[in-house]
Design a protein around this ligand. Structure first.
Ligand SMILES: Nc1nc2c(ncn2[C@@H]2O[C@H](COP(=O)(O)OP(=O)(O)O)[C@@H](O)[C@H]2O)c(=O)[nH]1
Ligand SMILES: [Mg+2]
Length: 233
């Protein structure tokens, strides 16, 4: 064995050990999530509650586009699955509408918000769904969120009204209801959506248990051919 060969074998053994050592340890996968909905429905407040666990009565209006990062770990069947979420906030104002397509581009999930205290905010949703369907990944997760449920006496849209309005969308099987003020159901809504992102985008290798992109036909870690796609959850 010459020096080069020895070095190569050493490198391979090192990589193998590194891979063994890393098994079961989380990998960071990055996904873009957008928050859509009319002005003042509570987009920025939902992000602030989820990312920083804060709520402001006098939340400043978003100008153009804003962006936050948040790491999240979901317990999978074999591994913990760690994700870095890139959460994009948007000003719901008409004057920024030309930016919508670029905003939706490359997103893996969209939260689509309406305000339970203002019936007219439902109408904006149809506009958003059209923009998202035209510009985002075809397997994007779309999640309708009913906001501000702490304002019980101001409520204009009941659960039944919302279910009736959204039944035209076959993807809309469940609507989540949140309060960014109390924090009710905020984290759970993100967990729900992130699990759907995982199901849509990732698979587990039956041979080495590693998690990798669903589009691949062979495991990117051990090379095993994919016969049946296994969900990481
Ligand atoms: N009571 C209550 N107020 C909320 C809630 N979410 C947002 N708000 C208020 O609604 C207003 C608009 O919220 P904001 O997040 O700026 O809406 P955006 O324009 O969609 O980003 C602000 O005054 C917030 O404090 C909520 O869950 N409960
Ligand atoms: Mg905002």
């Amino acid at each position: 064995m010459n020096k080069n060969h020895r070095q190569k074998s050493f490198n391979n053994i090192f990589l193998l050990l590194l891979h063994r050592f890393k098994k079961g340890v989380v990998k960071l996968l990055k996904y873009k999530i957008i928050i859509a909905g009319a002005k003042d429905v509570g987009k920025s407040s939902l992000i602030a509650r989820f990312c920083d666990n804060v709520f402001k009565e006098d939340m400043k209006a978003t100008i153009g586009v804003d962006f936050k990062r948040k790491n999240m770990t979901i317990k999978g069947a074999h591994n913990d699955i760690s994700l870095e979420l890139h959460i994009w906030d948007f000003a719901g104002e008409e004057k920024y509408r030309t930016l919508f397509p670029a905003y939706a581009h490359g997103a893996s999930a969209a939260f689509i918000l309406f305000d339970t205290t203002r019936k007219e905010t439902l109408k904006d949703i149809d506009n958003w769904v059209e923009i998202i369907d035209k510009n985002a990944n075809s397997n994007i997760v779309k999640q309708v969120v009913a906001t501000k449920i702490d304002l019980k006496s101001d409520r204009e849209v009941s659960k039944d009204d919302a279910a009736e309005y959204f039944k035209k969308y076959d993807w809309c099987t469940e609507i989540t209801s949140t309060s960014s003020k109390t924090g009710e159901n905020v984290e759970d809504s993100f967990v729900l959506v992130v699990k759907k992102i995982i199901k849509n985008n990732l698979q587990t290798c039956k041979s080495c248990d590693e998690i990798f992109n669903k589009k691949l036909k062979n495991c990117q870690y051990c090379g095993e051919k994919v016969e049946v796609r296994l969900s990481p959850l």
